[in-house]
Ligand binder design. Structure first.
Ligand code: GLN
Length: 268
C-alpha cells in the first residue's frame, strides 16, 4: 500500500485536528513529504508502527507526546507527560527577548521552566547566563536533558518559584500556570487528560503566580531589570495592575492580535 492510501484509510474516523496531526505524524516518522505519498510504498513494519500511533491520536493524546519532541525556536524540545507541551505564543515571548538582548551579556532567570523550553532557547540564542527553576523534580529532569541535547548552558534548581533562587538578574521570564477555575472545567480532553494540571492551573482567578511574581521578583531583579511574562486571554490588564506598585508595564500582542505578554520594567 502507498502512503496516500494508508492516510486515506486511517483518516476517516479522525476529527479535523487529529487528521492534520496524522499528516504531521507520517511526515515526521517516515520523512516523506505529502507530495511523494502516492509514489511511496509503506512496509508492513511501518504500517503497524503507525497504527499504534494512530490509536494514541484517536485517544486524544497530543501529537507532541506521541512524537516525544516538539520544535521550539531553533531548538528541539523533548516532552513527557511531566511537562507542558510548549506553545507558539511562548516561542514568540522568546523571540521578543532575543531581539531585545541580542549581543548584550545578560543574566536571565526562567521561573516555572517546565520542559525548559524558554531557558534553553534563550541560552542558545543569547550571550546570556541562564538560570531556571521549577517545583517539579521530574520537569527539571526533562529540562536538563533539553539543555544538554540542544548544547545550551543552563543552571537548573528544583524549588517553588523563588524558593531556591539566589542572586539577581537583568531579566526574569515566566510563563506560569494561568488558567482559572472556569477554564480548567472547560478544557478540551486532549489537554485535560494528558497535560500536567499543575502546569495549567493558576488558582481560582488564574492570577496566583503573577501575585507571587509581583511581590518576590523585585528582590531578584537588578536595577532597571525587566520581567517578561506570558499571560492568558484577557489577563494582560489585570496582570499589569497587579504589578503596578513596582513596575512600568507594557502589553504586547501575539501574532493573532491577542494581548498575551506583559513586559514589566522595574522602577527601582
Ligand atoms: N515554561 C514552560 C513553557 O513555557 C512551562 C510553563 C508551565 O508549566 N506553565 O512551556
Amino acid at each position: 500500500m502507498n502512503i496516500k492510501d494508508f492516510f486515506g484509510e486511517n483518516v476517516k474516523d479522525l476529527d479535523k485536528n487529529q487528521a492534520r496531526d496524522l499528516g504531521w505524524l507520517i511526515v515526521e516518522r517516515l520523512h516523506v513529504e505529502p507530495i511523494d505519498w502516492a509514489v511511496t510504498a509503506l512496509t508492513d513494519k511501518q504500517a503497524s508502527a503507525l497504527k499504534k500511533d494512530i490509536l494514541r491520536l484517536r485517544s486524544g493524546e497530543p501529537l507532541g507526546y506521541i512524537l516525544g519532541t516538539v520544535p521550539f525556536v531553533n531548538c528541539e524540545i523533548k516532552v513527557t507527560p511531566d511537562v507542558l507541551i510548549p506553545r507558539s505564543e511562548t516561542e514568540q515571548l522568546c523571540d521578543i527577548i532575543i531581539n531585545e538582548f541580542e549581543g548584550v551579556p545578560t543574566r536571565i532567570l526562567d521561573v516555572c521552566t517546565g520542559s525548559g523550553c524558554i531557558a534553553v532557547a534563550l541560552a542558545k540564542n543569547l550571550d546570556a547566563e541562564v538560570f531556571a527553576t521549577d517545583k517539579s523534580e521530574s520537569a527539571v529532569s526533562v529540562a536538563r536533558q533539553n539543555a544538554l541535547a540542544n548544547f545550551a548552558q543552563v543552571d537548573f534548581v528544583v524549588g517553588d518559584m523563588f524558593e531556591r533562587v539566589t542572586g539577581t538578574f537583568d531579566v526574569i521570564v515566566c510563563n506560569p500556570p494561568y488558567l482559572d477555575e472556569n477554564e480548567m472545567a472547560g478544557l478540551p480532553a486532549s489537554v485535560r487528560d494528558f497535560e500536567p494540571n499543575s502546569a495549567l492551573y493558576g488558582g481560582q482567578d488564574g492570577l496566583d503566580f503573577y501575585r507571587i511574581l509581583a511581590t518576590e521578583a523585585p528582590k531578584y531583579l537588578n536595577s532597571g531589570g525587566i520581567m517578561y511574562l506570558e499571560v492568558g486571554d484577557f489577563q494582560a490588564d489585570k496582570v499589569a495592575e497587579i504589578l503596578s506598585a513596582d513596575f512600568d508595564c507594557e502589553i504586547a500582542a501575539d501574532y493573532y492580535g491577542f494581548d498575551r505578554f506583559v513586559i514589566a520594567r522595574s522602577r527601582k
